[in-house]
Ligand binder design. Structure first.
Ligand SMILES: Cc1cc2nc3c(=O)[nH]c(=O)nc-3n(C[C@H](O)[C@H](O)[C@H](O)COP(=O)(O)OP(=O)(O)OC[C@H]3O[C@@H](n4cnc5c(N)ncnc54)[C@H](O)[C@@H]3O)c2cc1C
Length: 411
């Protein structure tokens, strides 16, 4: 077993990873297993891992339907889906290849559906186009003007994956420090020093995967000047237990191409329940999951960022619609009843929300792609939006390649 070198006042490692979400854990796990001579430390501020985005999401293994063909996001998603199925099957983690339907309910959506279908083909998937009758034969509760089926999509227990990876990381000699919040980073020519509450740690290299806090950690090193993390709440409901058999596949609407969100969908979870959601409403606290949670620091930082106002103006109508849907359950139901007409407000029970860490640039662009920033001794994952949970294994592998000098850049 490797152990850190104790220099009295501080512990010295080869690499430190900040962030116990799936991206940080996957990176730490692969880095530690790449050599039994290196010492890797994972720092997480919470008392357990997968506490934030990784533990508050839809649990979908995305197949790679939506992403720009040839992009890193498209490649990582395809590789990540396969790697996720393989990892879960090898380690007895709940997962199932359910398949997914994307359903159009209007002429404009039908047009977009055909474009999306072509994109699937360009991304190497094998979708099956369905007419309204075939759709209803496959899923009697669902109706639309057309749909396609993607067989590669599925569901998984992402926190379960994290716990197994973390255990394997420890067995390979890695060290985990929970309840340890990083508050300062100082980089020197020969080392990097991490100041945390509690403790000081030295390392040769640093990887930061801090999700909703990515910009704050980046700014500790003078990076992240061109974006801020803006929290978008993803609110869910759960169908009442009597409806757990309503659908066999995941059912998605056709997304608005102007937005990086996929629309309110029906998702079978690995525990047998069906969630409805998520929407995308403005959050006022980065890690606050209650409807009324508010942070003065988070809100002031957001309002002081020019990109926030530009993005809000650009997506004003969509934002207002999302707020209305959030406030009135009956309106929320309309988002689903257009493709699942039998669902009523009485069928929806409460389910915890998630919060997306969305990087927004100074000019108001919501970044769809991964964003990495670097200093000589550190690498910051600044934007890791969906499907980063699906893609976590190839993202971690790629970061390991960069650290070992096989790649000079991630994008
Ligand atoms: C509502 C919603 C639905 C989604 N659905 C899907 C889906 O179905 N499929 C999919 O593939 N993706 C989905 N995603 C996206 C996916 O969940 C994220 O892309 C992924 O979890 C990001 O992982 P992460 O490790 O980067 O961040 P996180 O999981 O947020 O982890 C970051 C960690 O860093 C820690 N941290 C932060 N600051 C510090 C500090 N100063 N010191 C120490 N630790 C720190 C945090 O406590 C946290 O544990 C969804 C996201 C949301 C919000």
């Amino acid at each position: 077993m490797n152990s850190a070198i104790n220099h009295g006042r501080f512990l010295k490692f080869d690499f430190i990873i900040i962030g116990g979400g799936i991206v940080g854990i996957s990176t730490a796990w692969q880095l530690q297993r790449s050599s039994d001579r290196i010492r890797v430390l994972l720092l997480e501020k919470e008392s357990f891992v997968a506490r934030h985005q990784t533990g508050h999401n839809s649990g979908v293994i995305h197949a790679g339907v939506y992403y720009e063909p040839g992009s890193l996001k498209a490649r990582f998603c395809r590789e990540g889906a396969q790697a996720t199925y393989d990892f879960c099957r090898e380690n007895g983690i709940a997962c199932e290849q359910t398949g997914k339907l994307v359903v159009a309910t209007s002429d404009i959506e039908l047009e977009r559906l055909h474009l999306l279908y072509r994109r699937c083909l360009e991304n190497g998937l094998d979708p099956e186009m369905l007419g309204p009758v075939e759709l209803q034969e496959l899923e009697p509760a669902i109706s639309g003007t057309g749909a396609f089926l993607v067989r590669e999509s599925g569901i998984v227990d992402f926190p379960g994956m994290c716990h197994v990876m973390l255990e394997q990381f420890r067995q390979a000699g890695g060290t985990v420090r929970l309840n340890t919040e990083v508050t300062g980073i100082t980089e020197h020519d020969d080392k990097i020093i991490i100041h945390a509450k509690p403790g000081t740690f030295h390392a040769s290299g640093l990887v930061v995967c801090a999700g909703l806090m990515a910009d704050r950690l980046a700014r500790l090193q003078g990076l992240g000047q061109d974006f801020r993390i803006v929290p978008y709440r993803g609110e869910y409901y759960r169908l009442r237990p009597g409806l757990n058999g309503l659908i066999r596949h995941l059912v998605y609407p056709v997304p608005d191409p102007a937005l990086p969100f996929l629309g309110v969908h029906l998702t079978r979870m690995t525990d047998g329940t069906i969630t409805v959601g998520p929407n995308a409403v403005q959050g006022w606290k980065r890690e606050g999951y209650g409807v009324l949670n508010f942070s003065l620091r988070d809100t002031a930082g957001m309002l002081g960022w020019p990109g926030f106002w530009k993005a809000s103006a650009r997506h004003f109508r969509h934002g207002i619609r999302e707020i209305r849907n959030s406030l009135w359950k009956a309106r929320y139901v309309n988002e689903i009843s257009k493709y699942c007409p039998s669902i009523t407000a009485d069928d929806l029970e409460p389910h915890p929300a998630g919060i997306r860490a969305q990087a927004v640039t100074r000019d108001g662009t919501l970044l769809h792609d991964f964003l990495i920033e670097r200093t000589p001794r550190s690498l910051h994952v600044c934007n890791a939006p969906s499907p980063a949970a699906t893609s976590a294994i190839p993202i971690g592998r790629h970061i390991c390649d960069i650290l070992s000098g096989n790649h000079s850049t991630l994008g």
